[in-house]
Design a protein around this ligand. Structure first.
Ligand code: MF3
Ligand code: CO
Ligand code: CO
Length: 272
């Protein structure tokens, strides 16, 4: 049976998972988060994004887990690595990191059939001031979105929390990509928009699993996809940042499955 058709679903087609399913998501999320902790030291000036991806591939294998992205719609890597004005879905390659480059590294692992999807920002060399502000605002935006998660609130409340905060900082929220339901599958309903109006959209219920993964630009929100059919960049070439957590709705709020086990906020800052 198609994994996503199991269990109870809302009228919006959002699957409601059981209490015991939180343990599976916790295990997958913890592996992804541990990998994101452990690669911090591999991000440095002169390093290639392919070398970082190779290390991630090995870490997933060593854990006895599976990469969700290798073979997904023809994608061939264990991570997406999006440097500077790349918004998301950057393909690891022989690009050499230079001083002041900021990069998002997005990893999704499968552990016992459960998906753990998370991304964070890193820096090669010295972090430029403007990039630091962008990264801080993007992380704060994600956490404000998560703060809006509790039964009875709506997906519009999440989007509004993110959008109003980001635009108040005179930055912009990307509209062309969104978060997604996940669990026993990688991408499931709903589309989790990072903008919106309070009280609109589907109502949150205990047992929903989804990602929140806002992309924030220093300039305008528009993106375009390059001829490789994956790499999305800002149209105006402005810097872009993103953070992503996989979460579950609990009785009173949210459980974040992909919290850093090392308690790292920005691994890039703590590891130099
Ligand atoms: N991890 C991405 C997400 O947050 C999806 C990457 S799909 C890939 O949904 F094929 F580009 F890897
Ligand atoms: Co995702
Ligand atoms: Co992701």
């Amino acid at each position: 049976m198609n994994e996503d058709l199991r269990g109870r679903h809302t009228k919006d087609g959002i699957r409601i998972y059981e209490k015991a399913d939180f343990d599976g998501m916790h295990a997958a999320g913890a592996l992804t988060a541990r990998i994101l902790d452990d690669i911090a030291g591999l991000v440095f000036v002169g390093q290639t994004t392919a070398a970082i991806d190779k290390a991630i591939t090995e870490m997933v294998e060593d854990a006895g887990a599976t990469s969700a992205t290798i073979g997904y719609k023809g994608y061939q890597h264990a991570s997406c690595i999006s440097v500077n004005h790349v918004v998301c879905h950057g393909i690891p390659g022989d690009k050499v990191l230079k001083d002041g480059d900021i990069l998002n590294i997005d990893v999704t692992t499968i552990v016992d059939g459960w998906f753990g999807d998370s991304s964070r920002m890193y820096v090669a060399g010295k972090l430029p001031r403007k990039a630091e502000r962008l990264i801080q605002v993007t992380h704060d935006a994600l956490m404000r979105g998560i703060d809006a998660v509790k039964p009875g609130n709506t997906f519009g409340d999440i989007g509004h929390a993110i959008q109003s905060f980001v635009e108040g900082q005179r930055m912009s929220v990307v509209r062309d990509f969104c978060g997604h339901g996940l669990g026993r599958v990688f991408h499931a309903p709903p589309n989790v928009l990072h903008y919106g109006r309070p009280g609109t959209g589907a109502v949150l219920e205990e047992g929903m699993f989804f990602t929140i993964e806002p992309m924030v630009n220093l300039g305008r929100p528009e993106t375009k996809t390059l001829s490789d059919d994956w790499t999305a960049v800002t149209r105006d070439k402005s810097l872009s940042a993103q953070f992503e957590h996989s979460i579950g709705v609990t009785e009173t709020g949210a459980e974040i499955f992909t919290l850093s086990p090392g308690g790292l906020f920005h691994p890039t800052y703590s590891n130099g």
